[in-house]
Design a protein around this ligand. Structure first.
Ligand code: ZN
Length: 486
């Protein structure tokens, strides 16, 4: 859409400038100066970048794109891991970076109304300033946006207690492909007046509409924090530990993160930023955290629960995070996913399965990988309490053929146990060939019916989640560089 040359898009560019103003439509160098993906090393390939200031502006811009059958790619903070927001050279990117206001906080009803371009961290801080908590938390908090979190139904570290993003959304406003503004800014916890339309957009990865405003449900801010790192002698003990702590902590558990031996050794190895708080040599390490209301009583209950688990032989060594600094240190080693780069080239996976199936599943993929590639690396960690594992595989040259063979091993073994190829990262481009491994043909057919109904010309993020149907070509896409799961 180079508007210095007369072409068929000149009318569209004029309409977009009318809708958004000159500084709302970037072309040429102003586009290539922007990052194309989260690595920051690839320039934006889009024909143009649109920067609406208001829902009305976005509505007018989308109506113009719909009229011209122009494909668009909504972008949040570009922190996604499956290439969903990476725009191709025939597409127009849309960013809500000028719609970042926190519009209202209701401390009694515990809701916050925000514009979708607001960064997750600014939302967390605004909630905290009111003595409340917005519980969604992930490593990219400083740059990811709430619109992106909603569009991808982001998970993160505290899903076990507060659910995924979907569970924190009470209402939203979205603009449909043809510019229709759907205002569904519900603030009530209970509202069964017909279909709950917000769920169409949560997790739709920008394919059904562009979320512009969100009503978030806030939680009470916890006044006590307890956290520990535990060494666990076997997988049966990991599952017994989860169950026992859930019982003994009375619903206050806010994280149950498990690190398989290889991950723990990597993030506490000689090259890592943290020395091992517990010596190497155990098969599993667990980070457990609880939020409550009274620090002294809760700390006593937490330590008593861990003592009981130790007596039962469920844990060996344990290190308690007694201060904020000590708790941060324990989280820092869990979050030090950069260490995975030492295994590069790597393939990363984000799978979901029943906890009862995990030991056999991980054993099966490790055995298959070593048989095919002796000496290969397979590192597993994740939000075990949610049934979500991150699997990182290093098998030599990182070629597309190797990727495909590794995918067959990692995804193929999920099918018979009804697991999911995506727990929290979404499908985007990267996993769309595998959607059928986790969804039935009837489910995918209904997804496509919804897509056709809401976006009849297929302009919204085409080709993400599933192949575009009869849509204009989306152009070439820079391969999203390997990003690390968290
Ligand atoms: Zn994760």
């Amino acid at each position: 859409m180079n508007d210095s040359e007369p072409n068929s898009n000149a009318g569209l560019v004029a309409a977009l400038r009318d809708a958004l103003g000159d500084d709302g439509v970037l072309v040429g160098d102003a586009v290539t100066a922007r990052a194309g993906d989260g690595s920051g090393t690839v320039p934006c390939a889009a024909q143009a970048v649109l920067r609406p200031r208001t829902t009305e502006q976005l509505s007018a811009a989308l109506a113009a794109c719909h009229g011209a059958s122009q494909p668009v790619v909504p972008q949040g903070g570009l922190t996604g891991l499956v290439g969903g927001g990476v725009a191709g050279d025939l597409e127009v990117a849309i960013t809500l970076e000028r719609m970042t206001d926190i519009e209202e906080i209701d401390p009694v009803g515990r809701t916050m109304t925000v514009q979708a371009g607001a960064a997750l961290q600014s939302i967390q801080e605004a909630a905290e300033a009111e003595g409340l908590l917005f519980p969604l938390d992930l490593g990219a908090r400083g740059s990811c946006t709430i619109g992106g979190n909603v569009a991808t139904n982001a998970g993160g570290n505290r899903t076990i207690r507060y659910g995924m993003t979907r569970d924190s959304v009470l209402g939203l406003e979205a603009v449909l492909a043809d510019g229709t503004v759907l205002s569904s800014l519900n603030k009530m916890v209970k509202n069964n007046a017909g279909y709950d339309l917000k769920h169409l957009f949560v997790g739709s990865e920008g394919t059904l509409g562009i979320v512009t405003r969100v009503v978030l449900r806030l939680e009470r801010r916890p006044r006590s924090h307890n956290c520990a790192l535990l060494a666990v002698p076997g997988f049966t003990e990991v599952t017994s530990l989860l169950r026992k702590l859930e019982e003994e902590l009375g619903g206050s558990m806010s994280a149950f993160e498990v690190m398989w031996r290889e991950f723990y050794e990597l993030v506490t190895g000689p090259q890592a930023r943290t020395a091992p708080p517990i010596p190497h040599g155990d098969p599993y390490y667990v980070l457990v955290e609880a939020f409550g209301a009274r620090q002294e009583e809760d700390a006593a209950q937490f330590e008593e629960a861990l003592g009981d688990c130790m007596e039962d032989g469920l844990i060996g060594d344990a290190v308690l995070g007694k201060s904020k600094a000590e708790r941060d240190e324990i989280w820092a080693l869990r979050d030090d996913v950069e260490q995975l780069n030492h295994l590069a080239p790597i393939f990363t996976f984000d799978v979901s399965l029943r906890i009862a199936d995990m030991e056999a599943y991980v054993g099966g993929i490790k055995a298959a990988l070593s048989e095919r590639w002796p000496g290969s690396d397979c590192v597993v960690f994740g939000h075990l309490g949610d049934g979500n594992l991150h699997v990182v595989v290093g098998v030599g040259d990182g070629s597309p053929e190797a990727r495909s063979a590794v995918e067959d091993i990692v995804y193929g073994r999920l099918e018979p146990i009804d697991g999911s190829v995506s727990a929290e990262h979404g499908i985007g481009f990267e996993k769309r060939a595998h959607l059928g491994r986790s969804r039935t043909p009837e489910e995918i057919a209904l997804m496509k019916t919804l897509k056709r109904t809401l976006d009849p010309r297929g302009i919204l993020n085409p080709g993400r989640v599933f192949e575009a149907e009869g849509a204009p070509p989306t152009g070439s896409h820079a391969d999203a560089s390997v990003r690390l799961p968290a």
